[in-house]
Write a protein that binds this ligand. Structure first.
Ligand code: G3I
Length: 386
């Protein structure tokens, strides 16, 4: 019987507590003790910095960036500029309209996770993800599949029926069935997949002692990539990791892990750096070094889950904008051509559950008004298009 011991005593909640202790809270938009959720942000950019033109049949000339939507700027720059999306919000007009004029790629936030799409051995729940992928097809959006394998303490991404499988042969068979069925269901519609999410400890440099590692051994990562490649040889396969922007030892461990996978011939095409940042804390030199080291191994690098919660400071939205600008800049300057945000409106963000409401981590406020961060993003995309 495998005991689900955990070598990494840390998880996001601890990270959140650590960060919130480091940066005394001063949530944006809280007035007279009211929560931001009830108040419009008082320091939001009023003028729209986003053209309202809808997508035309032939892309416009974006030399004058002001006439182009952010999506058109991304297209002109040859950048995959995406966002996490939730099927539940696609029927909301403001959500849909802002999404379509800003991004050319989407990532289902939760709908493709094992517990959502395959909640029981012979039960498949493709409906929510189908809604997103059908929407993407209709609107000519790329889709990033997220994620095939992810198990960590306090994360409900892997269903209990899988966590109960302690036999290596049976777990390998379950993972093979899951990966093949999901990838083949979306073959041709999903061109990139996060095969293994966060295989390293949240704040450490060793492999996370998750269920797959406990039962299958350290080689589970390479095994999952081989299964995914066999399932859809046309898909680009990514390993996706968090907090490597903040932790040099973990960044080095990621490079070593990817080198090991490449050296053993694992079919890995890319690495996602999630970039869940905190306003004002990016070490652009270290992130550039990490991207260069990973690209030096022959894999592509993408920023996959960028968001920038705000805390203290004289002008938090300006600091946030600068952090978005630096994140895009370090990626685009290093020839990475994919930047995906983890949501786009402060109305819907996982950060609220993690750090509490009012951190305003995204480029549109809760009323879909552009913030200085969007201006910074547009400037980076425009500069890349030149
Ligand atoms: O859909 C159910 C709902 O029916 C139920 O009433 C509710 C309360 O139990 O839970 C809802 O599911 C929640 C789901 O988000 C949708 O809101 C899950 O409990 C909750 O665990 C899940 O959190 C997601 C988290 O990953 C864990 O899967 C966050 O939305 C999502 O933003 C977050 O994203 C992760 C990436 O996948 C990997 N990188 C880190 C990133 C942030 O943690």
């Amino acid at each position: 019987m495998i005991i689900r011991a955990r070598s990494s005593p840390v998880n996001y909640r601890v990270v959140a507590i650590l960060v919130s202790l480091l940066l005394p809270a001063q949530a944006i938009g809280c007035t007279n003790g009211n929560r931001a959720s009830d108040q419009p942000l008082v320091t939001t950019t009023t003028q729209s910095t986003q053209a309202t033109t809808t997508t035309t049949t032939s892309p416009p000339n974006c030399d004058d960036a002001s006439i182009c939507t952010t999506r058109q700027l991304a297209d002109a720059a040859g950048v995959t500029f995406g966002t996490a999306v939730a099927a539940a919000h696609l029927d909301e007009t403001d959500y849909r309209t802002t999404l379509l004029t800003t991004f050319n790629s989407v990532t289902p936030e939760n709908e493709l996770k094992w517990a959502s799409v395959h909640p029981a051995p012979n039960t498949w729940n493709f409906g929510p993800a189908d809604k997103i992928i059908d929407f993407a097809k209709t609107n000519n959006l790329q889709v990033k599949g997220h994620n095939l394998i992810w198990d960590q303490e306090f994360v409900d991404s892997t269903p209990d029926w899988v966590l109960a499988i302690d036999d290596p042969t049976q777990l390998r068979s379950a993972a093979t069935d899951h990966i093949r069925t999901v990838m083949r269901h979306y073959r041709g519609a999903v061109d990139r997949w996060d095969v293994v999410n966060e295989p390293l400890q949240t704040l450490g440099a060793d492999l996370y002692d998750n269920h797959f590692r406990q039962v299958l051994g350290d080689s589970y990562i390479a095994e999952m990539f081989a299964i995914a490649h066999d399932a859809d040889p046309t898909a680009r396969l990514f390993l996706n990791e968090a907090t490597v922007e903040l932790l040099p030892d973990k960044a080095a461990a990621l490079v070593a892990l990817v080198k090991d996978l490449v050296d053993q011939g694992a079919p890995i095409d890319g690495v996602g750096i999630q970039a869940h940042l905190v306003a004002g804390t990016i070490d652009a030199v270290a992130v550039r070094r990490l991207i260069d080291d990973l690209e030096g191994l022959g894999v592509e690098v993408a920023i996959t889950e960028l968001d920038v919660p705000t805390f203290t400071g004289a002008d938090p939205l300006a600091t946030q904008a600068d952090t978005y600008s630096q994140a895009l800049g370090v990626c685009l300057d290093a020839n990475c051509r994919e930047v995906t945000l983890w949501g786009f409106t402060d109305r819907y963000t996982w950060i609220d559950a993690m750090f509490g409401p009012g951190r305003a981590p995204l480029p549109f406020d809760r009323y879909y008004r552009p913030k200085p961060a969007l201006t910074a993003i547009r400037e980076r995309l425009s500069a890349t298009a030149e």
